[in-house]
Design a binder for this molecule. Structure first.
Ligand SMILES: Nc1ncnc2c1ncn2[C@@H]1O[C@H](COP(=O)(O)OP(=O)(O)OP(=O)(O)O)[C@@H](O)[C@H]1O
Length: 376
């Protein structure tokens, strides 16, 4: 007896044979960026069969709204292979849960998953990548926050055009700032733009941990943290103290950046934070005048590094004037030009990150999915 049959074999009016056939068809399709089907992902919540029309209620564990039409098409194709089914409709929802964090840390009650964005070297585009990814995750259906922990160059308020200072309701905690549907907090919002950051390590880590914990994040699925560049004591302490679900490393393809990115990778491995993957930024430059493509910083460094260290290569972003201009103007590319090829690249990376987290171990005992079959 199959999975659906085991649950409802006695009570359901649908023949056991049809249940098994439906289950077998569903199992032939793996969801994008995962190697799991709806049943393995515990994403199938209910099925209704009326005559030869079937409706599936599915709840995906990662945000991918722009992929829903193709998922629907693929599942319809699989189910329509059965003689008993001629119409398939799907009701989608996104339901992101909290996943495991590294040993020695406790998950935050109002933040389900923290994604740390790091780079070994400064200036490789870590903040630009972090903010575009946060926006992409949010556009795809998640509740997202961004914490600008880049003490040496807090740039998120500029990139999100945030001019307000954080407010407090109780004198103890701060309300997150808001932009484009994102919740945001930045060390930059609390300090004078022109004051040099000459704090010592322990003060930096204490301030950042406070900033994280004393912001009233509102039920976040993901909090993206833009870490300070480098792999020194500050970064190591943060990696040990912040409950992180996974880390993303941003690098340019050039050797000098890759050497530092490897140090970053090893730092996360040391504190047992899973690496979600490597992003190669400023991969190639496409001339806005003649369209000529040039690998200014060398080619494929990030991809080769990912292969060597057995981590995922999440994708490459070109060195493109628009990415800089739009971030400088306070509307990052994913928001300014959501239909552009570049925004598509950020979205693709966001899907992979979400999917990787979605298949990780949950930080509570997984509940057996409640599947309801109705035959009306
Ligand atoms: N793919 C890209 N194409 C064009 N410009 C980019 C790209 N990525 C980032 N930039 C630009 O490069 C500059 C540095 O980017 P960013 O501030 O994101 O780097 P960073 O790694 O966070 O730096 P730091 O951590 O040292 O503050 C910015 O002016 C940004 O607009």
């Amino acid at each position: 007896m199959g999975f659906l049959g085991k649950l409802f074999g006695g009570a359901s009016k649908i023949s056991e044979e049809l249940q098994e056939a439906i289950e077998a068809q569903i199992k032939t399709y793996n969801l994008p960026h995962t190697e799991q089907n709806l049943i393995e992902l515990k994403a199938l919540k209910a099925m209704h069969l009326k005559g030869d029309a079937i409706t599936l209620e599915i709840s995906l564990p990662y945000p991918c709204k722009s992929l829903w039409p193709s998922i629907e098409q693929n599942l319809s194709h699989c189910l329509k292979q059965l003689n008993d089914i001629s119409t398939v409709s799907i009701e989608f929802k996104t339901e992101i849960v909290a996943h495991d964090v590294q040993k020695g840390t406790t998950p935050m009650p109002n933040v389900k998953n923290i994604i740390a964005v790091a780079s070994g070297k400064g200036g490789v585009g870590k903040s630009t990548t972090a903010v575009n990814l946060a926006l992409a995750l949010q556009q795809e259906g998640a509740q997202v926050g961004i914490l600008d922990a880049d003490i040496y160059g807090p740039s998120i308020p500029t990139m999100l055009n945030i001019k307000d200072k954080p407010q407090t309701k109780d004198g103890k905690s701060m309300q997150p700032l808001e932009a484009y549907g994102l919740q945001a907090m930045s060390i930059g919002a609390l300090i004078d733009e022109d004051s040099p950051m000459i704090w010592r390590g322990p003060i930096v880590t204490q301030t950042l941990t406070q900033l994280l914990k004393e912001t009233n994040w509102d039920e976040l699925d993901y909090l993206v943290i833009d870490l300070p560049p480098g792999t020194g004591d500050v970064q190591l302490t943060l990696a040990q103290q912040i409950p992180v679900t996974g880390a993303v490393i941003v690098t340019t393809p050039q050797q000098i950046s890759l050497i530092d990115a490897k140090k970053g990778l090893k730092m996360f491995q040391k504190v047992e934070i899973p690496i979600l993957g490597i992003i190669e930024n400023m991969s190639t430059h496409i001339c806005s005048q003649c369209g000529h493509e040039e690998a200014i910083f060398g080619s494929n460094g990030g991809e080769e590094m990912a292969k060597k260290y057995h981590v995922d290569f999440l994708g490459a972003l070109p060195l493109d004037k628009r990415i800089r201009e739009e971030a400088d103007q306070g509307a990052p590319t994913v928001t300014a030009e959501p239909g552009s090829e570049i925004a598509g690249k950020y979205r693709n990376i966001a899907h992979q990150i979400g999917a990787q987290i979605g298949v990780k171990k949950r930080n509570y005992a997984g509940v057996f999915p409640e599947i309801v079959i109705q035959n009306t």
